[in-house]
Design a protein around this ligand. Structure first.
Ligand SMILES: Cc1cc2nc3c(=O)[nH]c(=O)nc-3n(C[C@H](O)[C@H](O)[C@H](O)COP(=O)(O)O)c2cc1C
Length: 187
């Protein structure tokens, strides 16, 4: 199973790096699979630890994909790192095993401790739509324009029907990026 999460890692200068990533869960162990090149990958190699953040603030997913990567964090408890203030829950891990790969190495983690901060607020379709659209935005150069347009038209239904202010703001950032990409292609 893959859980779309926000991974926080520690940069060389001690600051936090925040990046959306799908965490593969196998036999109760998390596997992080960053594509090369990636700051998350560099930090995992350097620090051998990371934090998996679970948040319903989908602006963080959309924001990281649209150049908004400064999100409030506080220090972690079991590893030398950072947890998102917006995390409903988080897990602190150390790297247990690395599978080298020229494209996408895999880091299997061992959870040192899991923390719950707020109760699960329930499912929201607009949040799922923002996450799907963020994945589309991360692949703008790889996908045909018609596919992007048709998927966005479908996802927008959930935004129109079920979004709150945070989801609308996140959607707006993503749509700006799609429009800018489309504009560049039309030139
Ligand atoms: C929901 C979601 C899941 C993602 N999962 C991954 C992933 O598993 N591996 C990856 O390399 N990038 C993934 N991405 C894209 C990264 O977030 C993005 O490329 C980011 O810049 C990572 O690079 P960085 O560590 O240099 O910031 C995902 C993006 C989204 C929106």
């Amino acid at each position: 199973m893959i859980i779309e999460s926000i991974i926080t890692t520690r940069n060389l200068d001690g600051s936090a790096h925040v990046a959306p990533m799908g965490v593969i869960w196998r036999d109760d162990k998390p596997i992080l699979a960053p594509f090369r090149p990636s700051i998350t990958l560099d930090n995992l190699i350097l620090e051998q630890s990371a934090v998996i953040n679970h948040t319903d603030d989908v602006r963080i997913f959309a924001g990281c994909l649209t150049g908004r990567s400064i999100w409030p964090v506080r220090p972690t408890e079991r590893v030398n790192g950072w947890v998102l203030e917006a995390a409903l829950a988080h897990q602190e891990l150390v790297v247990e095993r690395v599978e080298e790969d020229p494209v996408r190495p895999r880091f299997t983690g061992r959870i040192l401790e899991a923390f719950a901060h707020h109760p699960f607020p329930g499912f929201n379709r607009a949040q799922a739509a923002v996450i799907e659209a963020a994945i589309l935005v991360s692949r703008l150069d790889l996908l045909p324009p018609q596919k992007i347009a048709s998927e966005i038209a479908y996802l927008e239904i959930a935004i129109t029907k079920t979004a709150g202010p945070r989801e609308r703001e996140a959607w707006g950032w993503l749509m700006e990026k799609v429009a800018a990409h489309q504009g560049r292609k039309d030139q």
